[in-house]
Design a protein around this ligand. Structure first.
Ligand SMILES: C[S@@+](CC[C@H](N)C(=O)[O-])C[C@H]1O[C@@H](n2cnc3c(N)ncnc32)[C@H](O)[C@@H]1O
Ligand code: SF4
Length: 242
């Protein structure tokens, strides 16, 4: 995103929301930009969270991690089968997260696949993460690719939800399990309701998977117009592939 548009946003985002999540792309490719953005968020009383693959942070000195995290409320490090392969071993991943834990709340985003729902694997992984001091674990259902069968695995998610107040699932997992079916839910998801997504071109949609752009930001203050955009409720996810 154009630097001026990006860094100008927090001032106006405060009239739209209380929280901003920086995704990507990979935000650790531009640490100075993240620091400046998070500073702006702090100046305007916005919570700023971030998601990263964590690979660069592994090699950062403590001062750099501290500077990077200073105004971030939570940094979530992603973990799934393909990401796990990039780490030398489990300890390299955990040690990197520990570096962050000195300076910010740390979450883990788990992109689930079928293997998580075999033999209690999801429970084992989440147990390990909370034992290692993670503040939040967020379980995501894969969009746009084949997802796992989870209808008969609801008890895993219920167990973890009861055991850990800071274990969360995304909208789509919740809808599937709550309504007992993969499609045609009776209640809408959060598309455009509690969340909107802004991409690198300043295009605004109802969730980060949608390219149905309802607004394009030319300058930061344009984001306020999102309050007047009507998003249709979604009763089944178009990004679900089964
Ligand atoms: C796209 S990444 C971008 C931020 C950063 N580069 C990272 O790797 O965490 C943001 C989150 O989306 C998740 N993600 C990636 N592919 C996905 C998919 N097909 N469906 C749902 N979530 C996905 C990742 O696991 C990650 O937690
Ligand atoms: S439409 Fe978007 S917000 Fe709704 S369930 Fe699908 S990915 Fe999530």
């Amino acid at each position: 995103m154009e630097k001026e548009l990006f860094l100008g946003l927090p001032r106006y985002l405060k009239d739209v929301t209380e929280q901003v999540a920086l995704g990507g792309g990979e935000p650790t490719l531009y640490p100075e930009l993240v620091e400046q953005f998070a500073q702006q968020c702090s100046d305007y009383d916005l919570i700023c969270n971030l998601t990263t693959n964590g690979y660069f942070i592994k090699d950062w000195q403590d001062e750099k991690v501290e500077r990077f995290s200073e105004n971030l409320t939570m940094t979530s490090v992603s973990l799934d089968k393909s990401k796990y392969k990039q780490w030398r071993d489990r300890n390299e991943f955990l040690d990197t997260c520990k570096k962050l834990q000195k300076h910010t709340l740390v979450g883990c985003n788990l992109l689930t696949d079928q293997s998580f729902f075999h033999n209690g694997n999801l429970v084992n992984v989440v147990d390990l993460l909370f034992r290692e001091g993670f503040d939040r674990v967020f379980s995501l259902y894969p969009k746009n690719v084949q997802g796992p069968d989870i209808l008969d695995k609801k008890h895993y998610v219920q167990f973890l939800t009861m055991k850990y107040p800071n274990f969360y699932v995304d909208d789509i997992t919740f809808k599937i399990l709550d309504e007992g079916k993969y499609e045609n839910w009776s209640k809408p998801c959060h598309y455009g309701k509690d969340i909107v997504s802004i991409n690198e071109k300043g295009q605004v949609s109802g969730c980060s998977f949608s390219d149905d752009y309802r607004l394009t930001l030319k300058e930061p203050r344009d984001i306020i117009k999102v309050n007047d955009v009507h998003f249709e409720g979604r009763y089944s996810c178009p990004y679900l592939r089964r």
